[in-house]
Design a protein around this ligand. Sequence first.
Ligand code: TEU
Length: 582
Amino acid sequence: MLFALSSCKNKPTETVQTDSANKKWWKEAVVYQIYPRSFKDSDGDGVGDLKGIISKLDYVKSLGVDVIWLNPIFSSPNADNGYDISDYGGIMKEFGTMADFDVMLKAMHERGLKLVLDLVANHSSDEHDWFKQSRSSRTNAYREYYHWWPSEKGKPPFRPGSFEVDGSGWRFDSLTNAYYLHYFSFKQPDLNWENPKLRKEIFDMMNFWFDKGVDGFRMDVIPFISKDTSFPVITQQILDEKYGGGWDHYQASGPHLHDYLQEMNKEVLSKHDVMSVAEGAGVTASTAHHFVDEDRKELNMLYHFEGVSLGYLPGKFKQMDPKGYSLVEFKKIYSKWDSVFAEKGWGTIYLGNHDQPRMLSRWGNDAPEFREASSKLLTTFLMTMRATPYYYFGDELGMSNIKFDKIDDYKDIESINMYKQIQSKGGDLKEFLEAQKIGARDNGRTPFQWDATPNAGFTTGTPWIKVNLNYKKINVGAEEGDINSCLNYFRKIVQLRKNNKVLVYGKYELLDKENPKVYAYTRGEGAEKIIVILNFSKEKVDWSLPSGLTVDATPLLNNYQTIAVSGSISLEPYQAVILKVK
Ligand code: TEU
């Protein structure tokens, strides 16, 4: 579809912006991420849809969150579940129609909920009309919308293709005797941002959605949009010396990236009161400011990968170190990222999303005796850091990894193609499948658990991916009625964050940084100060308050019924407690 020029309809705002220039609604917001495919199916085809979301907006509102981020809902052949868009102006047919979208957006706004969509602009689907045109002849008007390498120049220098069995990011296309670039699967050709016409198409498309009233975009692999289009040979030595060994850093460091983001800000973002968040693949603590410093006029926030990468064995695909992860390292990473934005810019915090396993299984403990406590502990961490929390649907219930035994149960292109790759190299498939029980993305994509009826109340049909068998116990219906459930704990802590802005803006100070079991920190200064104490272990731990620090004996929040506070605090396994400092 063609996009008209923006009329900036939603520029004037009635947002929660506070008086000081540094306080913004998106800093104070809690973002709730919904994977639409797995949230609620309204028509029995086994795939979640927009009408399903509409039917559950009162539930979302009841959580107290402010913003809903939806993974891509645009037309797509679903090679990568919507991250391969064939029409940026259309709604995926399994999800509904544009009329459903309009009803959904209105229903969200009526409830005071904002909507953030997913901008997938590094690549399109190979079924997008632009690509069909582009591949049709070397002289087609859309040829320069993508990156082509004519075969008379020989084979192009290696670039990785994340979801390809042979690992290559170039695919030969016999129609025009040339290779095209795809950093992900061959179904996801990379768009050529060097071409101003392409950039204008993307900006018009963004304005189209903002004019409809959408409140922001999460930007998929946005650091990848700029690349060195001379495609030099990159050796391992160059990667090691210049890019810390990783392709992601090379791919994310395109020469014109920040020109394009500034242009996007000027042509689109600055015209609307919206939020923007970059998926910061390859972004480091030293490059983060280039994206989010206000005076650069680019984006508002980004999320990094350093935290979620911790604990995997180097060189092995998502295989956990058998020793688990080090809490001391975990603290170091999150404290460093707090300090990155202490003076300027603003951070985000997340432990789960559609690319990650369930936070409970990865960072907590999903054994029945520890599930509730450790799930609440992780929620406490996310809701008490100085950053905008991005909270993944289902984590409020304490949902856990499904841990498939067989490759046939997986639906994700990443797991399936990685399996084939390992198979083609004669690698250890058993080891891979074991590792996937921890790390696979499908663990976080199973249907939301509404109640104890068949398929967890997600669908009346056959779900597109299996439902976790623990749904009979772990579901909204069961947790609504239990004041101590994970669900009700989440509601309480969201309110606590809303009522105590010190949890949003207050200074973060790490305590007892070498303690391998306890993560403790204060938020705020002087008269307004809160201490958060988290026992990340399955053992009881005695922890002493720092000398000179006294606290109110009645906690602001506690994931156990009791807490004994004197000079030292006896913490139960995975106990999380928030206290007011006197
Ligand atoms: O993810 C980019 C990205 O970094 C992932 O490929 C990540 O490395 C992988 O998921 C880890 O398992 C974004 C989207 O979030 C993801 O869902 C898409 O598959 C990908 O881009 C391509 O659009």
